[in-house]
Structure formats: C-alpha cells, structure tokens
Design a protein. Structure first.
Length: 132
C-alpha cells in the first residue's frame, strides 16, 4: 500500500466549503468565509489537493489550511474531518483505523504531541512496507 497518492483529489474546494457549511448549520453557527484566510486557503488547496503526495504531506496540507482559518467557525473540524475520511479509505483493522484517524485529526487540529506525530510518521512509513 503506497503512501504516495493523490489522497485529497476527491475533495474539491467546493466540497471543503460545503463540509464547513454543514458543520456550522448543525451547530447553529455562522458559515461565512473570512476576509483574511479564505482566499489564501482556497488557492493553497486548489493548487495542491489533487497532487500525489505522501500521507504525512496530506495531513500537513490540511493542517496548513486549517491554520489559515478560511471560515469563521469550525476550520479544525472541517479539515480534520476530511483527513479522517482519507484514513477510512485505507481499509485498516478497526482498532488501528480509530487510532490513526485520531492521530491525524490531532495533527490537523494542531493539538498533537511530539509522541503522536512520531507514531503517525511511523505508521506512514509502514505503508511502504510489503505485507503491512
């Protein structure tokens, strides 16, 4: 299972925006682009999301876009949700999938520890190992 893929190709900026709108609606929050981060995040996403890249870089792209704060609310939830969906596509054993989704979500949200980041990198390296 190669770790270099176009992991985010199915997730257009329109999808990202729709995900944020759904999250905001569910929580009764305003869904609106920010004046500071929206265009920068959109450009970053649109120029990179369809590229083949290692899973670690995929997580980093989601983290960067979250930090740009393109929306008024739920930026972290929006991009963490996307990376958790990417992890679901790996068809991992249930317990491992839960752990890897959690690690990736923490990294995107910017709340991960060094130990969590190391564990995630080790997992990503294992994707290049035959039989794993």
């Amino acid at each position: 299972m190669a770790r270099i893929r176009p992991w985010l190709a199915p997730y257009s900026w329109a999808f990202v925006t729709a995900q944020n709108a759904l999250l905001c609606r569910a929580k009764g929050a305003l869904h609106k682009p920010t004046s500071d981060g929206y265009e920068a995040a959109r450009r970053c996403w649109e120029t990179q999301h369809a590229e083949a890249m290692p899973l670690e870089e995929t997580v980093e792209l989601c983290r960067q876009c979250h930090r740009m704060a393109p929306f008024c609310f739920y930026n972290g939830n929006t991009f963490a949700g996307i990376i958790r969906d990417v992890i679901r596509s790996l068809d991992l054993p249930l317990a491992q999938a839960h752990i890897i989704r959690s690690l990736a979500g923490h990294i995107v949200a910017g709340v991960s520890t060094g130990e969590e980041e190391k564990a995630f990198c080790e997992f990503c390296a294992s994707l290049d190992t035959p039989g794993v």
